[in-house]
Design a protein around this ligand. Structure first.
Ligand code: S3P
Length: 175
């Protein structure tokens, strides 16, 4: 039986797109913590950040994560900052194997620059902010993840297959 699958990674790493493809391949239900927070608040993430601040968003995000601990047959994409609270690492692992989707920083930045949905990058120099955040978080993704998939040279379909293959390898105990 295939377990739940959890995707973490920086903004622009393709967690939602890859997660939807894994869900289509497996029959699992796709969930996304950002979407769950938006459904709960009735607001965009940008609006929540500007009305209540980042710490409040982190509370909401962590609460949605906790509510999923007994979920079954799901693929969960998470917001890029979910790993900032150490207690969330346990919650992520309780849900299922945690895959870190990673990619070349230039590619990540090019993807996040396509829209203005990331409030943390609404700064005078978004690239500088982006680089500083990424540098500060890499070790934390590594610590929170069971394995990493570098999707720089992969399509979303290929990244989905790579994650699935690794999860299946782990479940079957192959090395
Ligand atoms: C954030 C990433 C966003 C969203 C929020 C904060 C972060 O999700 O949760 O803007 O701190 O990296 P994506 O990773 O889906 O962009």
């Amino acid at each position: 039986m295939l377990p739940n699958i959890v995707l973490i990674g920086f903004m622009g790493s393709g967690k939602s797109s890859v997660g939807r493809r894994i869900a289509a391949l497996t029959g699992h239900r796709f969930l996304d913590t950002d979407e769950l927070v938006m459904a709960r608040t009735g607001k965009s993430i940008v609006q929540t950040f500007s009305d209540e601040g980042e710490a409040h968003f982190r509370d909401l995000e962590s609460a949605e994560l906790r509510a999923l601990e007994s979920a079954r047959d799901v693929v969960l994409a998470t917001g890029g900052g979910i790993i900032l609270r150490p207690e969330n690492h346990f919650a992520l692992r309780r849900i299922g194997p945690v895959a870190w989707l990673d990619a070349d920083p230039d590619l990540l930045f090019e993807r996040v620059s396509r829209n203005r949905k990331r409030p943390l990058l609404h700064t005078e120099n978004p690239r500088e902010t982006f680089d500083a955040l990424l540098a500060g978080r890499r070790e934390t993704y590594e610590a929170a993840a069971d394995f990493r998939v570098d999707s720089t040279a992969l399509s979303h379909d290929e990244a989905a297959l790579a994650v699935l293959e690794e999860v299946e390898r782990r479940v079957s105990g192959r090395d």
